[in-house]
Design a binder for this molecule. Structure first.
Ligand SMILES: *Cc1c(COP(=O)(O)O)cnc(C)c1O
Length: 445
């Protein structure tokens, strides 16, 4: 594969952009390939190389790179009418109505421009609503590039996880291990009166993927209720991907007070949203006193793309298709690992998949949840499968990034560039894409 033009473009990019990219995960080694265009479930790079694309923009693309006709025409007609106004439009109301009809916990919703903006606003809203400062987050959870959640360590010693955040900010965040009911109970016993909210991805989707153990979300729900804190589900990735139009909360049967959305809800355009109980969401200005505002919020083109995307999914076999291909990939990779790398754990659900390069071969290497780890306590791999962000971080992360990812790319398969981010099937992917990908896994794993 020739990468001459991508290398030249990266050279130019390095002169004008930090690290040559606009989002840090894109700076793959030794240099990223630059995309020229998409085609169904594939991307074609600047040198004309074609890849099966399982990155899907890191989550927003439910249809791959070719929008269904109604989505494309909705986007084009709203773009042609003039991009935006600074006054409300009908399409914002329609999109909000659609979401609140399909996600029972959402009675009211505010649209913003990114997942980060959604979680920033949700944290401010929870603090304003409760008059408390502390936020409980999961170690290894990801809520975008924001001050309150870029925090590492434990509840006793929270520290900023990046330069540029004052230590005093981190003191208001309580990071705990996912899937550990004992620790969260202890944290509530000690800090319950100061906790504004628990902010949690229903599935750790930016570290792993890690599914919740039985009863974990119910424990969070009960603790929040008992202590007057809000339960915020960050469904920026899982929203309208896991559990279909009802989102992960419907799959798990747990009702959060507030949900943050992003990615698919904007149909491939920049988006975020904060939805939930009306009495909580109405805490935002102008109905409430928690300031929230945005020049581009509820952008008509984004609203049109998002609403047409979800409507098309409601009327066609979209989730059936993407979930079937997801399952095929997870089952196929499970068979390959059983033969070549029995220590690895295949993870994911619905249209998400990943392989965690865990180091320890379980006693019962033959066992395993069919179609990806579900944290089944009767499974022979249960004690070895990753349950926390730390478990995933302890895997062979360098091997993914420096060897495996490169080998898959050389075989024309584009995966997420590190061990932590998940991968996605789309409506545009085909059985042939799955076969080609499994052939490449068989050689590269
Ligand atoms: C992607 C993501 C975010 C951040 O969204 P951006 O649009 O990148 O700001 C927040 N939370 C979760 C769970 C995400 O997956």
């Amino acid at each position: 594969m020739n990468h001459e033009r991508s290398r030249e473009l990266y050279d130019r990019a390095l002169s004008v952009s930090p690290g040559g990219v606009n989002s840090s995960v894109r700076a793959t080694m030794p240099h990223p390939f630059f995309v020229e265009r998409g085609d169904g479930g594939h991307v074609i790079d600047a040198d004309g190389n074609r890849y099966v694309d399982w990155v899907m923009g890191y989550g927003p693309l439910l249809y791959g790179h070719d929008l269904p006709d109604p989505v494309e025409s909705a986007v084009q007609s709203h773009a042609a009418a003039g991009p935006m106004y600074g006054a409300p439009t009908e399409i914002e109301v329609e999109h909000a109505e659609f979401v609140s009809r399909h996600v029972p916990s959402v009675e009211s919703i505010r649209f913003v421009n990114s997942g980060t903006e959604a979680t920033v606003s949700a944290v401010r809203l929870a603090r304003g609503h409760t008059g408390r400062d502390k936020i409980v987050v999961m170690q290894g959870g990801y809520h975008g590039a924001q001050e309150s959640t870029l925090v590492e360590g434990g509840p006793e010693n929270p520290q900023p996880s990046t330069a540029g955040i004052p230590e005093e900010f981190a003191e208001h965040t309580l990071p705990i291990p996912f899937n550990d009911p004992q620790t969260v109970k202890e944290v509530f016993a000690e800090h319950g009166d100061d906790i504004a909210a628990v902010l949690v991805e229903p599935i750790l989707a930016n570290t792993g993927i890690v599914m919740p153990v039985d009863g974990y979300h119910e424990t969070l729900r009960d603790l929040c209720d008992d202590h007057g804190a809000l339960l915020i589900f960050d469904e920026v990735i899982t929203g309208f991907r896991v559990g279909g139009l009802g989102c992960a909360q419907s799959k798990f049967g747990v009702t959060p007070d507030v949900t943050t959305f992003g990615k698919i809800i904007g149909g491939g355009f920049p988006v975020g949203a904060i939805g939930g109980r009306a009495d909580v969401i109405e805490g935002f200005t102008p109905s409430g006193d928690v300031f929230q505002s945005g020049t581009f919020s509820g952008h008509p083109v984004t609203m049109a793309a998002g609403k047409a995307t979800l409507e098309y999914a409601a009327e066609n076999d979209v989730y059936e298709h993407v979930n079937r291909l997801g399952r095929k990939l997870r089952e196929g990779i499970t068979d390959i690992c059983a033969e070549r790398a029995p220590e690895y754990t295949v993870v994911g659900t619905d249209s998400m998949f990943k392989t965690v390069f865990t180091r320890e071969t379980p006693v019962d290497a033959e066992a395993g949840c069919a179609g990806g780890c579900r944290q089944d306590s009767d499974c022979g791999r249960y004690d070895a499968c990753p349950k926390t962000g730390a478990d995933v971080a302890a895997a062979e992360t360098d091997r993914w990034e420096r060897v495996f990812w490169q080998e898959m790319k050389d075989r024309g398969v584009f995966l997420t560039a590190n061990q932590f981010e998940c991968q996605f099937t789309s409506y545009a992917h085909t059985e042939a894409d799955v076969e080609k990908t499994l052939d490449a896994y068989r050689e590269a794993i």
